[in-house]
Design a protein around this ligand. Structure first.
Ligand SMILES: [Zn+2]
Length: 133
């Protein structure tokens, strides 16, 4: 029996959430690592991408922002009226993948700032409110 660098079970356990691009379920994909050893890596077959996933709500926010042209981080692939379904899906997947990282960062930062300001309560020294003149 071949020895895998990461077993299928370990790989399953490393999956947290949905595909960063298309929002579908991730699967352990049998592959080889950079040294040529057999392993399983989490990824999405549809997007042909390895990733460990993103929280489904974060993915949904990112996808909404991309679909509404509010968070388009990469200008090298743009949407066009002439896009067929496959091209549109590729565009959405690509942009949503990048956007989901930003959404995650923004949400983490939100909680960090919120916690810091409540730690310094009641005045919120670190992040003082602007005084009303
Ligand atoms: Zn995908």
């Amino acid at each position: 029996m071949r020895k895998y660098q990461i077993s299928k079970k370990e790989c399953m356990e490393s999956i947290h959430g949905v595909c960063n691009g298309c929002g579908r379920k991730l699967k352990p994909i049998e592959t080889v690592d950079n040294s040529g050893n057999p392993t399983f890596w989490a990824g999405c077959i549809k997007c042909e991408r390895f990733c460990n996933g993103v929280d489904k709500t974060i993915w949904r926010i990112a996808r909404n922002l991309v679909e509404n042209d509010k968070l388009i981080l990469y200008k090298d692939i743009l949407r066009s009226e002439n896009n067929n379904e496959e091209e549109l899906e590729k565009y959405l997947s690509y942009q949503t993948d990048r956007a989901s990282y930003v959404v995650m960062e923004v949400i983490n930062e939100y909680f960090k700032v919120k916690k810091a300001s409540s730690d310094d309560s009641p005045q919120g020294k670190k992040y003082p409110r602007e005084k009303i003149k």
